[in-house]
Design a protein around this ligand. Structure first.
Ligand SMILES: [Zn+2]
Length: 352
């Protein structure tokens, strides 16, 4: 009886050992169940209609720092992110999420806009910039940041002095490859700017932020001043938020890049809904954090417009000496219209 019990106990232990070994050998590792591990696929081939990531109020992966912000600030930011009624560029807008990636970069945080870490970083920034230490994004905060962002663009600094930079000779420009241009357009840029673009695009691709086949393709590069002036005169829309008689595209250093687009919108539509989709894209957030390493600066109103700063502007001419047709909304006919005073020399306005 005792021998039988010993035998049964021994068999039980053996069964447990064999069973555990079998499980260890044949159980699939958790990683193998993940589609990313079995089928990584080139990031360029991701579906065109990939969903936009959720708003930034969801905590991002890398929010460092445990400092608390001013009481109530995080909640106030979380609410105003999509509700703030203001006119940061002279036209009414609702919410500030379009500018959230840039604001986060300015205050040096990777924390989500509605988080305590973000409010704490903003409060620190406010203190440094002699503003009330509220930790809350408002028009006063933006009014300090915006001129700084504008003036980070050499083109704007030259404009501020009343000068429109010169255009390079077209024969000196390099042409983008067909897989770099959008919609089959011929894109020309100064050679070093195109080279910098290529280096940046390669790194963006490696970082996995090119979620659409069109991502980072160039849809506007160099634009000849004469052609721009003719369009200004024809369309009468060249002195506003996004058009000017002195466009940065004349330098051969500015490029409009496909960042993302909301359904039904083009990649350069400045509709707020469209710009919001861009601001939420991993690509734009990557650009805000990384494009500077390649010498690029952005016009914050247009997530798609980037200027390369690696070479100096060419000597230009006073903006007042440029053709002014189309520089203001007009009611009189084109012919016989009196020369208009240039509005473009007014300093820290943005435009492309
Ligand atoms: Zn542009």
């Amino acid at each position: 009886m005792r021998a039988l019990r010993r035998l049964l106990w021994g068999l039980g232990v053996l069964a447990l050992v064999v069973g555990a070994f079998w499980l260890w050998v044949v159980w699939p590792p958790w990683e193998a169940k993940s589609p990313q591990a079995t089928d990584p696929g080139p990031t360029f081939q991701a579906p065109v209609n990939a969903e936009s990531p959720p708003p930034l109020v969801a905590a991002p992966a890398l929010c460092v720092g445990s400092e608390a912000g001013p009481p109530g600030a995080a909640a106030a930011n979380a609410a105003s992110l999509s509700t703030l009624a203001w006119s940061p560029f002279g036209k009414p807008e609702t919410g500030w999420e379009i500018y959230a990636p840039r604001i986060a970069a300015e205050i040096g945080t990777s924390c989500a806009p509605g988080s305590d870490g973000f409010a704490a970083a903003l409060a620190r920034w406010q203190q440094t910039n002699k503003l009330a230490r509220t930790g809350v994004v408002d028009a006063a905060v933006f009014a300090v940041m915006l001129p700084r962002w504008h003036l980070a663009r050499p083109f704007v600094r030259v404009n501020r002095d009343g000068i429109c930079p010169g255009a390079p000779a077209e024969a000196s420009l390099a042409t983008a490859r067909s897989d770099e241009s959008y919609g089959g357009k011929t894109i020309q840029l100064r050679p070093a700017a195109l080279e910098a673009y290529r280096e940046m695009a390669a790194e963006a691709r490696a970082a996995g932020v090119l979620r659409r086949p069109e991502a980072l393709r160039i849809y506007s590069g160099f634009r000849a001043p004469d052609a721009d002036a003719q369009r200004c005169a024809r369309d009468r829309n060249c002195q506003g938020l996004i058009r000017t008689i002195c466009s940065a595209h004349r330098t051969g250093l500015a490029m409009d890049l496909f960042i993302d687009a909301a359904p039904g919108f083009g990649p350069d539509s400045s509709a707020d809904a469209n710009r919001l989709v861009m601001a939420r894209s991993p690509l734009y957030r990557w650009m805000v954090s990384n494009a500077g390493r390649f010498g690029f600066v952005n016009y914050v109103y247009e997530p798609w417009h980037w200027e390369w700063t690696g070479e100096a502007m060419l000597p230009g001419a006073p903006i007042a000496s440029l053709p002014q047709d189309g520089a203001e909304p007009v009611t009189e006919p084109l012919e016989g219209s009196t020369p208009r005073t240039p509005a473009a020399a007014s300093g820290a306005r943005g435009r492309r």
